[in-house]
Ligand binder design. Sequence first.
Ligand code: TRP
Ligand code: SF4
Length: 433
Amino acid sequence: MDVLLDPWGAVQVDDYSKLFQEFGISSFDEILPRMDRPHAYMKRKIIFGHRDYWPVLRAMKEGTPFAVMSGFMPSGRAHLGHMMVMNEIIWHQRQGGDAYVAIADMEAHAVRGVSWQRCRELGISEYILSLIALGFQPGGHIYFQSQNFRMRDLAFELACQANFSEMSAIYGFSGETNIAHMVSVAVQSADILHPQLEEHGGPKPVVIPVGSDQDAHIRLTRDLAYRMRRFLVEERDGYVSVRGKAASPELMEAAAEALKGAGIGRIKRYSEHIDLYGGANLGEVEELIRRVEVEGGEFGFLPPASLYHRFMTGLSGGKMSSSKPESYIALSEDPKDAARKVMRAITGGKQSLAEQKRDGGEPERCSVYELLLFHLSDDEGELEEIYRECRSGDRTCGRCKAEAAEKVRAFLEEHQRAREDARTRLSDYGIKP
Ligand code: TRP
Ligand code: SF4
């Protein structure tokens, strides 16, 4: 059979390639060969795209500061899709990153009308316990948005740079949209940028692992990060240009002094910009100028990086949706119920057994195969075998589902034991149970 077919490419890629062209997301294929020990999601092309991941990778390799940040809205149950984000956060933390996790209670309250008390309960019981059970280490930061006042101050500051028309264009806000909904957008941007505040060590590469549906948000935040800058450093024809963007005369002066002090290039100074001749190095100038901004009390943000993973198909066909319990497996659900869902899942199998034996199944359209690929098998050889057997018709869906169901059951039992253990250690993470 078609051994040439790539079992990791099994989930349809077509729709995702549009994201590259239309929105400027870069393919993760360019990064992968440069990684020493990529995560399984990377190897299996589940993480398919990124923005600006290079500086993160460099920091990881050189042991310089970087961070990972993401958030969860406590409005329903945490499922396997959320687990992917959790695992990506934990992996970056293990690679030396400072880790930040927002429980987006302000967003859940504003957008979904969830009460504060319910946000707290769901935040802990659904998200935080699983995050810790999966291996999130103390030293990382878990916080509820409503309680992080430094972040909220930053949200206010960012809101000064965003206007109503652009928010409506991105999020479809109308005259009826409540103001808090807009506030929670500014808050999410502040979630993403606050690891770069001075008290967290200042500007650094920060990666945000998310589903591709969150990209609009990443783009907005990258834009806001840029708007908070006071200088624009660019390579021009034969020189490096440092331009003030509403930089005060004092800041312009400090920039000129710093460049002179560092002996970078030949300086030509104008009132609103400085040109550097003689082979000045762009990266070096950028870092120097960023430091001038920070020392002058500004933010000097780097634009946040992002990683995008594919979504799993829902077990009942179509999208995985929190409003359809049959479509997903929740991390806290009864392992036996979860196994039953797998037994009822829509597969890539044929109508009749005879047909299946003759023509083979379609793992690339099978939610059970996806379950194995995304979560249940850490054995590349096993996956390849399942893929091949399915395509050749040697595998029947009944047996395949039974195996996957058993794996789901075992995984959830183990995970739920780890969650109970995590419950006793909440205070290590600054969480009052
Ligand atoms: N808006 C995200 C969601 O709906 C949750 C979220 C809040 C978030 N703050 C964040 C995601 C910061 C990434 C980064 O799930
Ligand atoms: Fe899916 Fe397994 Fe059936 Fe193939 S045999 S279609 S992988 S359930």
